[in-house]
Design a protein around this ligand. Sequence first.
Ligand SMILES: *[C@@H]1O[C@H](CO)[C@@H](O)[C@H](O)[C@H]1NC(C)=O
Ligand SMILES: *[C@@H]1O[C@H](CO)[C@@H](O)[C@H](O)[C@H]1NC(C)=O
Ligand SMILES: *[C@@H]1O[C@H](CO)[C@@H](O)[C@H](O)[C@H]1NC(C)=O
Ligand SMILES: *[C@@H]1O[C@H](CO)[C@@H](O)[C@H](O)[C@H]1NC(C)=O
Ligand SMILES: *[C@@H]1O[C@H](CO)[C@@H](O)[C@H](O)[C@H]1NC(C)=O
Ligand SMILES: *[C@@H]1O[C@H](CO)[C@@H](O)[C@H](O)[C@H]1NC(C)=O
Ligand SMILES: *[C@@H]1O[C@H](CO)[C@@H](O)[C@H](O)[C@H]1NC(C)=O
Ligand SMILES: *[C@@H]1O[C@H](CO)[C@@H](O)[C@H](O)[C@H]1NC(C)=O
Ligand SMILES: *[C@@H]1O[C@H](CO)[C@@H](O)[C@H](O)[C@H]1NC(C)=O
Ligand SMILES: *[C@@H]1O[C@H](CO)[C@@H](O)[C@H](O)[C@H]1NC(C)=O
Ligand SMILES: *[C@@H]1O[C@H](CO)[C@@H](O)[C@H](O)[C@H]1NC(C)=O
Ligand SMILES: *[C@@H]1O[C@H](CO)[C@@H](O)[C@H](O)[C@H]1NC(C)=O
Length: 788
Amino acid sequence: MSLLYQFLVLLQFSYLKFCTCTDTLTSTHLIKDHDTIISNNTNFKLAFFSPANSTSRYVGILYNTPVQTAIWVANRDKPLNDTFGTVAISEDGNLAVLDGQQQLIWSSNVSNSMANSSAQLLDNGNLVLLDKSGRTLWQSFEHPSDSVLQNMRIAVSNTHATSLITSWKSPSDPSVGIYSGGINPPNIPQLVVWNGSNPHWRSGPWNRQKFIGIHNMHSVYGIGVDLVRGDDGSAYLTFSYANASIRTHFFLDSEGNLSRRDWNYGKEDWEITWTAIKSECDVYGKCGAFGSCDIQDSRLCTCLEGFEPKNIHEWSRKNWTSGCERRTLSQCERNTSTSNQDKNDRFLKLTAVKVPDFPELSHAPESACGSECLNNCSCVAYAYDSGIGCMQWSGNLIDIVKFRGSGGVDLYVRAYFGKKITSDLFSYGRGKNSLEYSHEGSPQEKINQVKLEELPVFRFEKLAEATENFHAAQKLGQGGFGAVYKGKLSDGQEIAVKRLSRSSRQGMEEFMNEVVVISKLQHRNLVRLLGCCVEGEEKMLIYEYMPNRSLDALLFDPLKQQSPDWEKRRNIIEGIGRGLLYLHRDSRLRIIHRDLKASNILLDEELNPKISDFGLARIFGGSQDHANTVRVVGTYGYMAPEYAMEGRFSEKSDVFSFGVLLLEIVSGRRNTSFYHDEHDLSLLGYAWKLWNEDELVKLVDPSISESCSQMDILRYIHVGFLCVQEVARDRPTISTVLSMLSSEIKDLPTPRQPAFTERQTSSETMFLQQSRTRYSINYLSVTTVEGR
Ligand SMILES: *[C@@H]1O[C@H](CO)[C@@H](O)[C@H](O)[C@H]1NC(C)=O
Ligand SMILES: *[C@@H]1O[C@H](CO)[C@@H](O)[C@H](O)[C@H]1NC(C)=O
Ligand SMILES: *[C@@H]1O[C@H](CO)[C@@H](O)[C@H](O)[C@H]1NC(C)=O
Ligand SMILES: *[C@@H]1O[C@H](CO)[C@@H](O)[C@H](O)[C@H]1NC(C)=O
Ligand SMILES: *[C@@H]1O[C@H](CO)[C@@H](O)[C@H](O)[C@H]1NC(C)=O
Ligand SMILES: *[C@@H]1O[C@H](CO)[C@@H](O)[C@H](O)[C@H]1NC(C)=O
Ligand SMILES: *[C@@H]1O[C@H](CO)[C@@H](O)[C@H](O)[C@H]1NC(C)=O
Ligand SMILES: *[C@@H]1O[C@H](CO)[C@@H](O)[C@H](O)[C@H]1NC(C)=O
Ligand SMILES: *[C@@H]1O[C@H](CO)[C@@H](O)[C@H](O)[C@H]1NC(C)=O
Ligand SMILES: *[C@@H]1O[C@H](CO)[C@@H](O)[C@H](O)[C@H]1NC(C)=O
Ligand SMILES: *[C@@H]1O[C@H](CO)[C@@H](O)[C@H](O)[C@H]1NC(C)=O
Ligand SMILES: *[C@@H]1O[C@H](CO)[C@@H](O)[C@H](O)[C@H]1NC(C)=O
């Protein structure tokens, strides 16, 4: 009995052994689950397998390695649920997978197949179905799953995009996933990975040596990839090494990442040696139309020069898909007479980039590639690669990536240089006919423009649309340098647009100053700059919109409708202090605001204060603590005496303004509201009078004087006095002020008489007149005077 059993086992074993020794399946053979067919060189096997974390059975071609690696799956969309499946040559001569009930699960499905065919697993991993004369009827290499093996030929279709490989749904499910890979388009072939029907990654055009959009790709000799063209115009892509038995293949994983795997003989495991998607920039069209992706730029996406984000709101939230549009129309787009085209249109050079998708081939030689593009208004860019020739683009430029290291081609993008230099110009072409490098802008303009590049730039039309053509009803306020309008962008975002008056004395210098200063600052108590606009005479700044407007509107509302309680006022004072501290100490730059006042404090929904209007701000160098200016600009009533009279400004002059502001907030009265008082006193003088009379409670706004925080309020007033001391030295720094307000510093020094206790009897103009006369050496220009 046991002998018989042993014999049977032996018999079965020898039968199995016989089966595994052959690389061919014939009509008289049948392989069951656990049987295999092995290629003659033992590199590959045809076998049943279950993917990781799955019990389903699949028939596939696998590397004959200890690590299960399927490179092709027959019944990928119809798994077997048990181990009773078989692989056989069916009656019609097709290769077939059958279940335990002999039902057809999968077939090679060759229509005119014949009897007595056989299937052979070749040494290169190709499973071929042969007729009895040895003719190939079907081969797995022509029906790949997710892998490309050496010597597989990827046909390049002349007419349409060829989808070749398809990803698995997941590592444990070989059924067809959403990603596919293939070659597209036919005129300049490139590899593409699609997500459904959308491109997900592309290699850039093939230049007979390499794909020029693959970073650091070495030529065909390096990685063995080659595109072979037949005489009949057909072409196929293939990859091979001299040593065909090296285990290597490309595969498209279920996340859409095309990778190459090489067997590490030492480690006895696979090693990923190349991947298509190494960084976000490799994802197709990451930065949208006319955007450029640079992995070493913290912003990742930037618009090409002369372009601006289409949707600034999305863009600032790092959603770049909507891309960029031209800031200035090209001469072509302006529809001006064609003979003038080349006067103002030039090309901007982008060095070493992955060229955009959809190039069109031109037969122009290198020397004429650029001029041909310039003279054709449909042409928006061109590039030249010696292996491909002249490439030109029309329409949107999509999927541009800045390359660092080797690779990339120089791309020349059409730009309009009619009015003003926006950057360095580059001559087109490299031939004799190239235009001269030229620009009209001054060096300062150039610097300004470079600074502007950091910052989103809005188009004038967009802002006009957003503000209903700067309609009076949209006006939020009028400042010394122009009006501020409320606006609504097409995406619904509310903005505040500061439109600088043409006649404003704030020239380009102040404008750029504000833009540069604010764009570098970030603090919850500073208003956020969203962008700017410079077009012709127009200069505008775009801020986040603050629904509760400015502090002066709230505080000095004659109807006192929404008079804030002490808690809110306290929060406002502290917030302003913290914003100022950030300017003076915490930001990497040291900034003196110079024009702190109630109308420059904006309030958000929760009445948190945000300091705005940095038009006069000055940035200080490291050890510098004060400066002189020949132009005193600021607002009368808030200016420290040394600044108003001598043009000396420092952190302490901002502290002075802060003190005035504090007293205004506590008293609910403008410092200018005392002009018609019989006392002939300024706010500071009035407050000081009350202090001396020990009647300070009278200074407190009646709407908060009932507050039980009276001690607190008096403490604030005391600190306010210290801030408005005549001599700058006597005023605390803003950080000390904050400590005093929070009672961290308990013992407050006794204040001396503040500056400006006597109201100027002369009118403001006279005051200035005097100043001019007195300080005739330092020419003092007009102080911004605002009646609020
Ligand atoms: C199978 O491989 C052996 C050497 O390993 C070789 O001698 C033989 O010719 C091969 N057979 C076929 C059919 O290629
Ligand atoms: C299989 O499941 C284990 C445990 O859930 C998990 O850690 C592993 O990543 C899975 N493997 C695959 C290929 O999905
Ligand atoms: C195996 O089970 C799955 C899920 O129930 C089913 O879709 C599939 O058709 C079954 N396969 C066979 C061969 O019965
Ligand atoms: C076999 O091929 C024919 C046409 O070539 C097709 O209609 C049919 O669906 C295929 N069958 C299978 C099982 O793939
Ligand atoms: C198939 O092969 C067998 C034996 O080799 C032979 O008798 C038969 O005629 C062949 N059938 C066809 C259709 O060629
Ligand atoms: C693939 O496409 C789907 C559907 O369009 C989308 O939801 C998904 O985010 C895409 N995947 C990637 C990685 O882009
Ligand atoms: C080909 O590669 C295999 C695996 O690395 C190696 O064993 C073999 O010697 C190589 N053959 C040649 C001719 O280099
Ligand atoms: C692609 O694969 C590489 C290597 O495994 C990995 O570093 C990279 O993050 C992958 N990319 C994506 C998008 O999954
Ligand atoms: C990005 O913007 C597009 C519109 O341009 C929108 O359809 C998409 O939902 C946005 N994506 C995210 C993540 O907000
Ligand atoms: C230029 O002319 C074309 C065709 O006449 C027209 O569609 C386009 O809107 C014009 N562009 C401008 C900016 O006027
Ligand atoms: C102009 O350029 C477009 C797009 O590159 C091209 O289709 C068209 O043929 C060109 N026209 C001329 C006259 O060269
Ligand atoms: C602040 O603005 C919000 C939104 O516009 C409004 O509902 C609220 O009443 C305002 N609060 C004050 C104190 O003005």
